[in-house]
Design a protein around this ligand. Structure first.
Ligand code: ARG
Length: 457
């Protein structure tokens, strides 16, 4: 088949060579963006009287027909036409005749493809932001149920200090809040239009780039035509923000997995978000959480992949850049899917409050309370730490916890310890007394929840 750019060539590449160079297999996902860009471009060409009103009308009606077919999934793409841009142009010409060939006046596939990518992200990054927010709401709702649920807090995955379970859950709210901010800030750079840069140097036609920007709803146009066609920073930024978001989801997933084990049993996932084993009838596996933890890997891969593609490319457009798409599509699908699943998983999970309660009453996570108690009574904290450590050791030897230790035993280490120590050692007291700003004290957690709720507005 004759190529749309075939004039200069004496012979055609063989089909298998074409196939290697073609991007239509994946860039057909940009079909609506490509049509949208073309509608704006040809409208602008009409306004500028570069094309006649009549030609513009014909092209617009052809593009409208293609859009209807695209939405119905009726377009048949061909590898011989290489990519989405040439496929659509060829279809347009087949549909309305040679006048379709006027669409590409003052434009290049280089500014066209960059425009499509900007449009793609401009439409979908807000979807990501919306799903993050939805998930944040669910986290708040779960947290609100568990302000007074006391749980062990960990460092080094060893019991550290008792906390409000809401305080733990809310960490993920704040991580997501920062993710949301980053995606939001990246919109500023997605919102710059490359169209009108031509192949790289601009064009001799009297185009109006600001009009194209207005028609497509962009706030700005690239100031440098060479930058416009070679910039892929906005995609790197999307991949980078997504990689960090997936890191957060993966950490949360890891906790969900640990909490679901028989050893922890802090939560139970809903059946709808779990799977069984084909051999072990008793199994209920947290597959969705594991899959999200695993999918973080592909998000990182896509980021490193694109950085690597770009690092050796001289200005301006190079065919290497065709490799920018699959990673972007894949990460978009990964992020949207993971956020939806995670929200459902957290909304439907059951928190085993009884288990958390017994866990926190059978450990030494109240040891800091004793040290703080002694320090409050004037003992230097370092010494208080030592005394408490000795008492913990005594307990371990006897197979009991601090609350079980008789007062006389404690007083052997320090006569500053009095009967009221038992109130102080209660995990509930350990939590409620941590009333420093941003601490796990119930009052602080409620302030935090209010702040989070206000943020979502
Ligand atoms: N399919 C190409 C890509 O995705 C479109 C731009 C092609 N431009 C060119 N001069 N070959 O990057």
């Amino acid at each position: 088949m004759a190529k749309l750019w075939g004039g200069r060539f004496q012979k055609s590449a063989e089909a298998w060579v074409d196939e290697f160079g073609a991007s239509i297999g994946f860039d057909q996902q940009l079909v609506l963006e490509d049509l949208e860009g073309s509608v704006a471009h040809v409208t602008m060409l009409g306004i500028q009287e570069i094309l006649t009103h009549e030609d513009v009308e014909k092209i617009l009606s052809g593009l409208a027909q293609l859009k209807v077919k695209a939405e119905a999934g009726e377009l048949e793409f061909s590898v011989a036409n290489e990519d989405i841009h040439l496929n659509l142009e060829k279809m347009l010409i087949d549909l309305i005749g040679p006048v379709g060939g006027k669409l590409h006046t003052g434009r290049s596939r280089n500014d066209q493809v960059a425009t499509d990518m900007h449009l793609f992200l401009k439409k979908r990054v807000p979807e990501v932001i919306g799903l993050i927010e939805n998930f944040q709401k669910t986290i708040i709702e779960q947290a609100q149920q568990h302000v007074e649920t006391i749980a062990p807090g960990y460092t080094h995955l060893q019991r550290a200090q008792p906390i409000s379970f809401a305080h733990h859950l809310m960490v993920y709210f704040w991580q997501l809040e920062r993710d949301k901010e980053r995606f939001g800030e990246s919109m500023k750079r997605i919102d710059i239009l490359p169209l009108g840069a031509g192949a790289m140097a601009g064009t001799t036609f009297p185009i109006d780039r600001l009009k194209s920007a207005e028609l497509l709803g962009f706030s700005e146009v690239y100031a440098n035509s060479m930058d416009a066609v070679s910039d892929r920073d906005f995609i790197v930024e999307f991949l980078s923000n997504s990689a960090l978001l997936m890191t957060h989801l993966s950490r949360f997933a890891e906790e969900i997995i640990i909490w679901s084990t028989d050893e922890f049993k802090f939560i139970e996932l809903d059946d709808a978000f779990s799977t069984g084993s084909s051999i072990m009838p008793q199994k209920k596996n947290p597959d969705m959480a594991e899959l999200i933890r695993g999918k973080a890997g592909r998000a990182f891969g896509n980021l490193v992949g694109l950085l690597t593609v770009l690092k050796g490319t001289p200005l301006t457009y190079n065919k290497d850049m065709q490799e920018d798409k699959e990673g972007m599509f894949d990460t978009m699908e990964t992020v949207l899917g993971s956020l939806k699943i995670f929200e459902g998983m957290v909304r439907t999970m059951t928190v085993n409050t009884a288990r958390l309660h017994s866990a926190v009453h059978s450990d030494f996570s109240n040891a800091t309370e004793l040290a703080d108690y002694l320090a409050t009574k004037g003992m230097p904290f370092r010494e208080a730490h030592e005394v408490t450590g000795k008492l913990v050791f005594t307990c371990i030897q006897q197979g009991i916890y601090l609350l079980d230790l008789p007062l006389e035993e404690m007083q052997k280490e320090s006569d500053l310890i009095e009967q009221d120590i038992y109130d102080v050692l209660a995990p509930e007291a350990a939590v409620s007394r941590r009333n420093s700003l941003g601490g796990t004290g119930f009052a602080q957690v409620n302030i935090q929840l209010q702040k989070a709720t206000d943020l979502l507005g």
